[in-house]
Design a protein around this ligand. Structure first.
Ligand SMILES: [Zn+2]
Length: 354
């Protein structure tokens, strides 16, 4: 699909979407195209999930927008693009960190009177709590409160102000801080101390997912996108069809086993029609008589082949007498070709689960 690069270009350069409704509409259009106007047969969460995690890798435009927005937030956090920041924040009274971390957007409405800033901060607010429950160490309280007054270029973050180990961090002495930040006078040290006492109540974040994510300059949007996707599909995972299969083959499948099945299946072949078959099988995609009956009252729910049992997915593919005969032949042939003997089992023959 050629849609994505064009969209990302827009998302990166004009991050001004404040109303998320537009994404619902876009998704509707995309899915209308994918399913040719029919009712979708596979859940949205599965469609958008990564291929290696058992999904179909359809792009979630909303998450791409949010990932592009978070890249901007990174610039607000690390102050590297000072010229852009000067333009973007020309009318702000406080420092960037006061809005990004200390939530001063509520007090100072002026922050939101700006198309780009207000759209970006909304995205950040949505994900902030996923990244941090405690104060991150990149926060610079002097920047947050004194940006206009002091006008420094080098702001000391908590990383350089703290010593000791989690969860009991201590504040370095003024002399220790001055080794790296000569400008810190006793007045600023007192201010640091005051804010430290407040922030220390909440504690400081030890493991920093956000900082790890934004370290790489390469493919930054993809890296962030994948993380957001993980969070958004976490609750509604691929496990739906996994549990179905576990019930069918009569033993539990662990999530890592399931992923292994996926990865192997994808690597098996370059033939897209074979891959399509695998995916349809693993997702129980096919319309069965049992399913059709639930949709249409006058349908016959019996198996098309033996015409006696109920035509469930598993019956049609495995337990039906006629299918079983077929598998017997396949099984025998397999053993002949591979010169190995293995049990005639669903897991092995149908989904490649050993
Ligand atoms: Zn049957």
């Amino acid at each position: 699909m050629n849609i994505l690069p064009k969209r990302i270009y827009l998302f990166q350069n004009l991050p001004i979407i404040r109303n998320m409704k537009i994404f619902t509409q876009w998704n509707k259009d995309i899915f209308k195209f994918i399913w040719k106007g029919n009712k979708p047969r596979i859940k949205y969460a599965v469609m958008t999930n990564l291929k290696k995690r058992g999904g179909f890798g359809v792009h979630d435009l909303k998450l791409y927008f949010e990932a592009s927005a978070l890249v901007w937030i990174r610039d607000w956090i690390n102050f590297k693009k000072s010229k852009v920041l000067t333009i973007e924040g020309f009318d702000l009274r406080r420092g960037w960190h006061s809005y990004v971390w200390y939530g001063k957007t509520k007090i100072e409405k002026n922050f939101g009177n700006h198309f780009i800033r207000s759209a970006l901060i909304r995205v950040w607010k949505r994900y902030k709590q996923y990244f941090y429950t405690k104060t991150p160490k990149w926060v610079s309280l002097l920047e947050a409160n004194q940006r206009r007054l002091l006008g420094w270029t080098n702001w000391p973050p908590y990383r350089d102000l703290l010593k000791g180990k989690a969860p009991t961090f201590q504040l370095k002495s003024q002399v220790e801080i001055q080794e790296k930040y000569k400008e810190v006078t006793w007045l600023q040290y007192l201010q640091i101390k005051e804010y430290f006492n407040m922030d220390n109540k909440l504690g400081f974040s030890e493991e920093d997912i956000w900082e790890k994510l934004i370290k790489s300059e390469k493919k930054l949007i993809t890296v962030i996108y994948n993380r957001l996707l993980e969070w958004s599909t976490e609750t509604e995972q691929i496990t739906n069809s996994m549990t179905k299969w576990a019930r069918n083959i009569g033993r539990p499948i662990q999530i890592h086993e399931w992923e292994e099945i996926w990865l192997r299946k994808i690597k098996y072949t370059y033939a897209s029609d074979l891959e399509e078959n695998y995916l349809k099988m693993l997702h129980c995609w096919y319309m069965t008589p049992a399913k059709l009956r639930r949709m249409y009252q006058n349908m016959d729910y019996k198996c098309w082949k033996c015409k006696t049992n109920e035509g469930t997915f598993f019956h049609l593919w495995w337990t039906c007498k006629k299918t079983a005969d077929f598998w017997k032949i396949i099984h025998a042939e397999y053993q002949k070709i591979l010169k190995k003997s293995f049990p005639n089992e669903t897991g092995i023959l149908l989904i490649g689960y050993v």
